[in-house]
Design a protein around this ligand. Structure first.
Ligand code: HOC
Length: 385
């Protein structure tokens, strides 16, 4: 029962039991041996004591917009695989809890349905996969801007689909009701999983020169989603973009990619050295996603300089298992965790969460994953179906 759910991991355990095999395979799958998906990040808190934390406030601003917590609902594809209302559950929960939703290009609900489901004044971002046909992309972007979208997150870590073997062992039927709304994926191979069926329109030719074009076609703030090293973060800064998401795409693209928080440490250090930047920074904002399950994961990233953190899979598992109530519960758990952990950190507000509150000295020591562990098992397990 829902009242026995204590944290976001619990939703994953329940989802594994109750979700349709195909939906579970798509949501949970990660690339190759799923090493990045389980990567640990060795950052630990250094709390301060004897600060008055009677009142704590975990609200913040993201790209200038209010958010009740330093996190947003990041884009995840095919929301209807988990529940017939798909992404609209996320929209309604975002309104109720004062957080920002990033609408995916590969949503199951149409873009307009998701925007229409929002409350007046509710802030939404849009995640963009760039189409080989740039006219389609242009129309999509300009329509998003017209509909009031406040930030365009261009995904840059997926010139080709990662090899998600759990998902590949499944068939993605043409008549799937959860099929993505408008991907231009007609006539593609459906014999190997959802990801393969939906991804063929994406342009592997996308490159730095295209960013000027984006600036010409839209006034929305542009953020690159999927930056994995300081050199690319610096390039984005020099192009006057609004920020970058340090992300390994939930471990679903390049296996052995580093965790977002590890990349964050490198980016903050190098952008200070090269451009004198300090973070958090209003003009150039850093975001992190991947593997976030606890408010402490978010607070470590915030302490190290991130403006906010994206959460994806846990919300899918929450609503796939329990519908809208599950999503509500997931966000309430996070609110409660923020309140408690800010007190325990000795930080009355998000501005008081500073770099000294994290020991990141072991952040670059990587965990060695061995065959026979939980994730290898779950991948092989899917062969039996
Ligand atoms: C090359 C295109 O983000 C996922 C989604 C969709 C992937 C499209 C990748 O499954 O990770």
């Amino acid at each position: 029962p829902l009242d026995e759910i204590l944290n976001l991991h619990d939703f994953e355990a329940i989802a594994r039991q109750v979700m349709a095999e195909k939906a579970w395979a798509y949501y949970s799958s990660a690339a190759d041996d799923e090493i990045t998906n389980r990567e640990n990040h060795a950052a630990y808190h250094r709390p301060r004591i004897l600060r008055d934390v009677t009142k704590v406030d975990w609200s913040t601003t993201i790209l200038g917009h209010k958010s009740s917590m330093p996190l947003y609902i990041t884009a995840t594809a095919l929301g209807k695989l988990g529940h017939p209302d798909g992404e609209m559950i996320l929209t309604r929960a975002a309104a109720k809890h004062g957080v920002i939703q990033m609408i995916p290009t590969l949503a199951s609900c149409s873009f307009d349905e998701i925007v229409d489901a929002a409350q007046p004044g509710q802030v939404q971002f849009f995640q963009l996969y760039v189409n080989k046909d740039r006219n389609i992309t242009k129309r999509l972007v300009q329509h998003a801007e017209k509909r009031g979208i406040k930030g365009l997150f261009i995904t840059v870590d997926a010139p080709q689909l990662g090899r998600r073997e759990k998902d590949m062992r499944m068939k993605f039927e043409a008549e799937d009701p959860s099929e993505v709304s408008k991907t231009g994926s007609k006539g593609v191979d459906r014999s190997q999983g959802a990801a393969r069926a939906i991804s063929s329109f994406i342009d592997p030719g996308l490159n730095w020169n295209d960013l000027k074009w984006f600036k010409d076609i839209t006034a929305m703030p542009l953020i690159l989603k999927g930056v994995q090293c300081w050199e690319d973060a610096l390039e984005a800064y020099d192009l006057n973009l609004a920020g970058v998401v340090l992300s390994n795409h939930g471990g679903r693209q390049l296996d052995f990619a580093r965790s977002g928080i590890e990349i964050l440490v490198e980016v903050v250090e190098k952008l200070k050295e090269k451009r004198g930047l300090t973070f958090p920074n209003e003009q150039f904002q850093l975001f992190v996603d991947g593997g976030v399950r606890r408010a402490t994961d978010v607070l470590k990233a915030v302490a190290l300089g991130a403006t906010a953190v994206g959460v994806g899979r846990p919300f899918l598992y929450a609503y796939s298992s329990y519908g809208p109530e599950g999503m509500d519960k997931a966000l309430q758990i996070l609110h409660d965790e923020f309140e408690m952990n800010l007190r325990l950190l000795g930080a009355p507000t998000i501005r008081d969460v500073v770099p000294e509150m994290v020991d990141a000295s072991n952040i670059h020591s990587h965990l060695v994953a061995v065959p026979g562990d939980r994730l290898y098992d779950s991948n092989y397990e899917s062969m039996q179906h």
